[in-house]
Design a protein around this ligand. Structure first.
Ligand SMILES: Nc1ncnc2c1ncn2[C@@H]1O[C@H](COP(=O)(O)OP(=O)(O)O)[C@@H](O)[C@H]1O
Ligand SMILES: [Mg+2]
Length: 425
């Protein structure tokens, strides 16, 4: 009898995870809550919200789930993994306390400072006066970061002290991010290319995935507002630091520090890096797979993901290695017109089959649903991620855009420079 797996989430990242898990010979049945129209092709979708911890736990018990894999951070921060473990269920995802490495930027910085992990010089500030003083001490330019989760909007890179003061007031005095901004981290601004380093961990050991890069801004040339991510490439076209070095410098000390605090991290540890002239430095940690990095990373993974995740939750990553396909993957996100601002949904999506048949291409659904007529319709800001594999970054990119060009829906918006020459710096 194969394993019964519950995947929590319903975006592009979860479609890529579901697609990969579904290929495992160890799999018996794959469920996804809540899933989306694309995930429904490889998993049985369960109509439960990703943050409905009680409902998910009841379902997992009733269905006899052997392994739960958590996509988004919100259920982790709400304590999903703790509730499941207390009930004797295996879950790939950190405890509420360990997920604070993402949920509190102040905690992440304290851990880095305490373990000698390279990061920007910083101050954790509990009052606006402290924060203004820190901005003057460390810069300008400085970066002001709300301590808690702020849906990607809590970070301001401030070129001048006026901008820094404005960001400090917004977070701390106007409470623009609610309780998340009552404490802020002020840090020096670094420069360099960014990279996402994801690793599967069992609490003690880290199995790094190939480094990737995501494209956060809405418009070509890295202009426009920040989004959840408009595309990604894997591995880094310029090579980047060796994985062993990154493990020793960043991942293992972080795992040791969390274990030392009594909250070992079992799940996906994501380090957002800046590759500076002085070497890689950590901008932040996340406690889950990156979206859309996952849609470019997993298509290159040859190993059985389910086998690796099952080993991680047993605390048995020792001796486990990962095999990768040569070449590159580029993922282009197709978004709703207006995203990340207000947008309309319910548009019919056409050309999905043609896109999927395009050379080297895979189509991952994010904000999609079945419409009244049975066709796929848009239901979110980021609608689809079109990934393609190629021998070179240029080939992967050409194939991804060729496949993306097959797809149409009302208001479709995308970047045209994902994986291109002008790397986001
Ligand atoms: N110290 C820094 N120097 C320069 N840019 C930074 C720095 N910290 C963050 N950034 C920029 O801000 C973005 C968001 O910051 P990050 O810490 O990743 O927070 P979040 O993803 O929670 O918004 C980064 O991807 C990077 O572009
Ligand atoms: Mg980030």
């Amino acid at each position: 009898m194969g394993l019964k797996v519950l995947l929590v989430g319903g975006g592009g990242r979860e479609h890529a995870l579901a697609w990969k898990l579904a290929q495992s010979p160890l799999l018996g049945q794959l469920y996804c809550a809540p899933g989306n129209a694309g995930i429904a092709e490889v998993a049985e979708c369960v109509p439960l919200g990703a943050e409905d911890v009680g409902g998910l736990l009841a379902f997992a018990r009733r269905a006899g789930i052997d392994l739960t894999v958590v996509g988004p951070e919100a259920p982790l921060v709400l304590g999903l993994a703790d509730a499941f473990r207390q009930a004797g269920l295996k879950v790939f995802g950190p405890s509420k306390r360990a997920a604070q490495i993402e949920g509190s930027k102040a905690l992440a910085k304290e851990i880095m400072a305490g373990s000698g992990i390279p990061t920007a010089r910083f101050r954790v500030c509990g009052t606006p006066a402290q924060a203004r003083e820190a901005a003057r001490e460390l810069g300008p330019p400085v970066v002001v970061k709300a301590d808690g989760l702020a849906a990607g909007k809590g970070v301001v890179v401030a070129a001048t002290l006026e901008e820094a003061d404005r960001a400090i007031s917004q977070a701390m005095e106007e409470a623009a991010f609610g309780a998340s901004g009552l404490k802020v981290v002020v840090e020096e601004r670094l420069s360099g290319a960014e990279a996402s380093l994801l690793a599967i961990t069992d609490g003690r050991r880290a199995l790094p995935l190939l480094p990737a890069r995501d494209y956060k801004r809405a418009l070509d040339g890295d202009r426009g507002p920040n989004t959840g991510g408009m595309g990604s490439i894997c591995p880094l076209p310029e090579g980047g630091p060796p994985l062993d070095m990154l493990s020793g410098l960043i991942l293992l000390p972080t795992l040791n520090a969390l274990a030392g605090r009594g909250c070992p991290f079992c799940g996906l540890l994501y380090a957002g890096l800046m590759l500076t002239a002085e070497g890689p430095k950590v901008l932040e940690f996340n406690a889950r797979f990156g979206d859309p990095e996952t849609q470019a990373i997993l298509p290159l993974l040859e190993s059985d993901l389910l086998e690796v995740l099952a080993a991680a939750v047993q605390g048995c990553l020792e001796g486990v290695g990962l095999r990768w396909s040569p070449g590159f993957a580029v993922c282009v996100v197709l978004a709703s017109g207006g995203y990340p601002g207000p947008y309309k949904t319910g548009f019919e999506v056409s050309g999905l089959d043609r896109a999927r048949a395009s050379p080297g291409a895979l189509v991952f659904h994010a904000g999609t649903a079945r419409g009244p007529g049975g066709g796929v319709v848009t239901s979110g800001g980021r609608v689809l991620g079109v990934t393609a594999l190629g021998a070179t970054p240029a080939q992967a990119r050409e194939r991804a855009y060729a496949a993306a060009a097959c797809i149409e829906f009302g208001g479709l918006q995308r970047r045209n420079d994902i994986g291109g020459e002008g790397m986001p710096l």
